[in-house]
Design a protein around this ligand. Structure first.
Ligand SMILES: Cc1cc2nc3c(=O)[nH]c(=O)nc-3n(C[C@H](O)[C@H](O)[C@H](O)COP(=O)(O)O)c2cc1C
Length: 147
C-alpha cells in the first residue's frame, strides 16, 4: 500500500470532481490517499512524506490558475525530487494548464513523471458524468507503475 497525495485547484468544480474519481480509483487499488485543495497546504513541509504526488489544475487563459502557480513556487522542495508524479485537469479546448503543471513537476521539481503528459478530461465529458471510468483507469495505471 502506497501513500498518495492528490492536490488540486478547481474554480467551478470539474477538476475537483476528477480528483474525487481519481481518489476512488486509488482506494479501489488499495492505496492510502489524501486529497487536498491546494489552499489547505500552507508550507512545503505539509506535503512531505508521500510515495507519489498527483497535482490537478484546470486551464484558464491557456495557463494553470494563479493559485496553482503560487502553490508550485511555494511547494518546491528537494523532498519531492525523484518521487513519482502525475498531473490532471479539466479543460475546454487546449488543456495547457495541466500540461504546464506536468512540465514543472518534471523539469523544475525533477520528479519521476509516470506518464509522458497530463491526464485531461474535457468539461463536457465531466458535466455529462462520463469521466468516472477514465479517471479510475488513470488511477489504476499509476497504481500499476507504483507496485
Ligand atoms: C474565463 C475562462 C477562461 C478559460 N480558458 C481556457 C483555456 O485557455 N483553455 C481551455 O482549454 N479551457 C479554458 N477554459 C475552460 C475551463 O478550463 C473549463 O471550464 C474547466 O472545466 C474548468 O475547470 P474547473 O471547474 O476545475 O475550474 C476557460 C474557462 C473560463 C471560464
Amino acid at each position: 500500500m502506497k501513500k498518495i497525495l492528490v492536490a488540486y485547484d478547481s474554480k467551478t468544480g470539474r477538476t475537483e470532481k476528477m480528483a474525487r474519481l481519481i481518489v476512488q480509483g486509488f482506494q479501489e487499488a488499495g492505496h492510502h490517499v489524501v486529497d487536498l485543495h491546494i489552499s489547505q497546504i500552507a508550507v512545503a513541509s505539509d506535503i512531505h512524506g508521500y510515495d507519489a504526488y498527483i497535482f490537478g489544475c484546470p486551464t484558464y487563459f491557456e495557463q494553470p490558475t494563479e493559485q496553482m502557480k503560487q502553490f508550485l513556487i511555494m511547494a518546491r522542495s528537494d523532498a519531492l525530487k525523484g518521487k513519482p508524479g502525475g498531473s490532471f485537469g479539466s479543460y475546454t479546448h487546449h488543456g495547457l494548464g495541466a500540461q504546464m503543471v506536468h512540465d514543472t513537476m518534471e523539469r523544475i521539481y525533477q520528479m519521476d513523471m509516470l506518464f509522458t503528459g497530463p491526464f485531461r478530461v474535457k468539461d463536457l465529458i465531466i458535466d455529462a458524468d462520463m469521466a468516472g471510468q477514465a479517471c479510475r483507469d488513470y488511477a489504476n495505471g499509476i497504481s500499476r507503475q507504483l507496485n
